[in-house]
Design a protein around this ligand. Structure first.
Ligand SMILES: Cc1cc2nc3c(=O)[nH]c(=O)nc-3n(C[C@H](O)[C@H](O)[C@H](O)COP(=O)(O)OP(=O)(O)OC[C@H]3O[C@@H](n4cnc5c(N)ncnc54)[C@H](O)[C@@H]3O)c2cc1C
Length: 348
């Protein structure tokens, strides 16, 4: 069986890139072991254009954000399933100074695509928001598990539920083969597992563990609340709360320390107690030292590529960068130098 591209991993990255390559008429297969998924199947799926303690536009927001809603909506139509929720994020102010600063932003052209409203009064008796806050737009969340499962149906027999092992594949006449599949190109979309391949083990990955809860709380507004922690309404009374960030204890499962941290942060945002903890999950984000994705071709091994390193922001980065990667693979268009893995291989 001869194909153009073999992708390793059907997380967010492999799913989006596989779709784009198929759309262009190329033959693909994706190998995946869903039970080993480290990140996509745990993630909250938020896309948030204004982030961080200082609330600045997220890196490349004006390139990335116009792609997000059209991309996932297109795939909803394709699969006839619903997995995208376009929803405002409400961020309470901590002080009058912050309120004033945001009143200033309201006239700023650069913030217009992302600013829905600024309010100066508390929005609910259940919120800790005495100074009001800002409602963002062009935001929301992707139900990633439903998305990946819906896309499994789209890929059909092109998805092989099997572990890819390097020992099984060898290079013959410029193509990679295990005796059964023959492919022109190998593309690693394997999240943190790419660190374990001989091809990419030298790249500066910086995996980050995250813990996330589902809790019951009897206050369900039609917006996400976000300050120090996010709370995403899933259904009446049920909310996703996250996430923590740690660079150690990567192998440990759920910890009491993280549960306590998330519960305390939630209490500083929502005045109601947690009625019930419904779930507590952990995952490892495929982050990188310079916080930029890893796209590109291995300098020595023929036709071996990487599409990875999407860290804490896969949902917002992948629609745009899967397009860049697809054009690189099929049209030989250049990859922006700040995300090209050549930025590291030049020094190795
Ligand atoms: C707690 C938590 C919260 C998060 N919240 C958000 C959020 O709100 N918004 C956001 O945008 N991002 C969030 N993220 C980050 C997001 O999950 C990642 O950016 C994204 O999912 C990475 O996708 P990926 O496809 O690169 O990697 P992965 O999801 O890890 O997928 C890689 C796939 O490759 C497969 N694989 C690996 N090796 C092999 C092999 N040898 N053979 C076969 N298959 C293989 C794995 O099984 C897996 O299915 C969060 C992450 C965590 C942990």
């Amino acid at each position: 069986m001869e194909i153009d591209f073999l992708l390793i991993g059907q997380g967010l990255a492999g799913t989006a890139l596989g779709y784009r390559l198929k759309q262009r008429g190329y033959s693909i297969k994706i190998m995946d072991t869903p039970a080993d998924n480290q990140s996509s199947r745990v993630a909250a799926g938020l896309f948030n254009p204004v982030t961080g303690r200082k609330m600045v536009k997220t890196w490349n927001a004006d390139l990335l954000f116009p792609e997000i809603i059209p991309f996932y909506s297109e795939l909803e139509q394709l699969t006839e399933q619903q997995f995208l929720t376009i929803q405002s994020i409400y961020r309470p102010f901590l002080s009058v100074e912050e309120q004033n600063e945001w009143m200033g932003h309201s006239a700023d052209e650069a913030f217009q695509p992302y600013l829905k409203a600024i309010v100066q009064e508390s929005q609910s008796e259940y919120l800790q928001d005495p100074y009001g806050g800002v409602y963002l737009k062009n935001s929301g969340w992707l139900d990633i598990v439903s998305f990946l499962d819906a896309m499994k149906g789209y890929f059909g027999e092109d998805l092989i539920l099997r572990k890819f092992t390097e020992e099984q594949f060898r290079l013959e006449n410029g193509k990679w083969t295990d005796g059964e599949i023959v492919t022109g190109n190998l593309i690693f979309c394997s999240g943190v597992k790419a660190m374990e391949t001989r091809f990419f083990s030298e790249l500066p990955f910086a995996p980050v563990k995250g813990e996330i809860l589902e809790v019951r709380q009897d206050f369900t507004p039609d917006y996400i609340v976000n300050r120090g922690v996010f709370r995403v309404p899933l259904s009446e009374g049920l909310h996703r709360v996250g996430s923590t960030y740690t660079w150690h204890d990567l192998d440990q499962g759920p910890t009491e320390r993280a549960k306590k941290e998330l519960t305390e942060r939630l209490a500083s945002l929502v005045k109601l107690p947690v009625e019930k903890y419904v779930s507590h999950k952990t995952g490892i984000r495929p982050a990188t030292k310079d916080r930029k994705p890893f796209l590109g071709k291995h300098p020595d091994h023929p036709n071996v590529y990487l599409f990875d390193g999407f860290g804490a922001k896969g949902v917002s980065l992948i629609p745009y960068f899967s397009k860049i990667m697809m054009h690189h693979l099929v049209d030989q268009s250049p990859i922006p130098s700040d995300v090209d893995i050549a930025r590291y291989f030049d020094y190795i």
